[in-house]
Design a binder for this molecule. Structure first.
Ligand SMILES: [Zn+2]
Ligand SMILES: [Zn+2]
Length: 345
């Protein structure tokens, strides 16, 4: 059998100079590639601990970019389908990284002869924090939801809120902590997006008022990092509650639904139906039972546009603007708030 020779330079095959598809090693490395590297290598690295995001996990591949790239090239890219047929033990060694490029020396053996080839390809490194570093840098959360209550803390309502959000799998997996505090509940989450979702759900279901705020949590990977706080104030209104509407209107809560509150305005006896948005924008405060007095009495009659009501217990007489006419002798209730007297029912 005649010895083969290189079709490019004509050199003859020898034991330390195999002919690979018609080319000597020197010509082969000029014209072909031992391994096909992608035109751009894209990797994600933790900006704090330099862990490499690899196959869905964060792995420790070294502390320098060249080490990390070398690990990535040798573990992710040295696949059979990328390697020129007949080559074995193909490894890359990174010799330089910079300017968006990585330069490697690829070595592989062909019929016992080692060939090496210098290759350059584009590289793009995306930095982000791995979950472990994120947790350390952010104190364990990215967003805080504060569940607060208009008036006093309503534990039953708080449980209803937790029950509601526990139905959403994505939300539950993002929660890192639920804390009961004096003012309500604090829910810590890893995701600001999920926090916004929760806020929306609670706003719709409970008519909560939503206030977003950001606190500077220092610098993370050179960027200013902010934690999101969403304060959700729940109206906690139930039928029979007395509220101060705006500056001075006193109202009795008649009915509460998911989308509106029906109120009887005691000043003029008008029934008003308000969405939660308009309720919050008007401003309201649920009065505590210590702030007002309800007096039970009987209607004696009407005088000059006023209903005259006598308190059963004390015999005191109250004159109030009636918002409905009841027969003399029928039961009535009067509400006294800051010295003003209103007909309640
Ligand atoms: Zn040749
Ligand atoms: Zn990290």
């Amino acid at each position: 059998m005649g010895r083969r020779f290189c079709v490019r330079c004509g050199v003859l095959e020898s034991s330390d100079r195999p002919i690979i598809d018609g080319l000597c090693p020197k010509c082969f490395t000029k014209e072909r590639s031992i391994v096909n590297l992608p035109s751009k290598i894209e990797i994600t690295v933790c900006s704090s601990c330099y862990a490499l995001y690899f196959m869905g996990k964060w792995v420790n591949a070294g502390l320098r970019l060249d080490e990390i790239l070398e690990y990535y090239i040798n573990n992710a890219l040295m696949k059979r389908e990328n390697i020129y047929p007949g080559f074995r033990d193909v490894r890359a060694q990174v010799i330089r990284v910079g300017g968006g490029k990585v330069e490697v020396i690829v070595k592989g053996t062909y019929r016992g002869v080692t060939l090496s080839q210098r290759m350059i390809t584009d590289v793009r490194v995306t930095y982000r924090l791995c979950p472990r570093c994120l947790k350390v840098k952010t104190g364990g959360y990215e967003a805080l939801i504060q569940i607060r209550f208009e008036g006093s803390v309503d534990k039953r309502l708080g449980r209803e809120v937790l029950e509601l959000i526990s139905r959403y799998k994505r939300i539950v997996s993002s929660i890192t902590d639920i804390e009961e505090v004096k003012e309500g509940l604090n829910i810590k989450l890893m995701s600001q997006g999920v926090a916004r979702q929760i806020a929306n759900i609670i706003r719709k279901k409970f008519g909560a008022k939503v206030v977003h705020s950001w606190t500077n949590a220092g610098y993370v990977s050179g960027k200013r990092h902010s934690k999101l706080t969403i304060s959700l104030r729940l109206p906690t209104l139930r039928g029979g509650d007395i509220v101060l509407l705006g500056e001075k209107d006193i109202a009795l809560v008649i009915d509460v639904s998911e989308s509106y509150v029906k109120l009887l305005r005691l000043n003029d006896g008008k029934e008003v139906k308000l969405s939660y948005d308009s309720l919050w924008s008007k401003g309201f405060r649920k009065l505590t039972s210590k702030e007002y007095v309800i007096v039970k009495g009987k209607i004696l009659g009407y005088e000059g546009g006023y209903a005259v009501i006598q308190e059963i217990a004390s015999g005191n007489i109250y004159r109030v603007r009636p918002h409905k006419l009841k027969d003399p002798g029928s039961d009535a209730e009067v509400l006294i708030y800051k010295g003003e007297v209103y007909l309640l029912r």
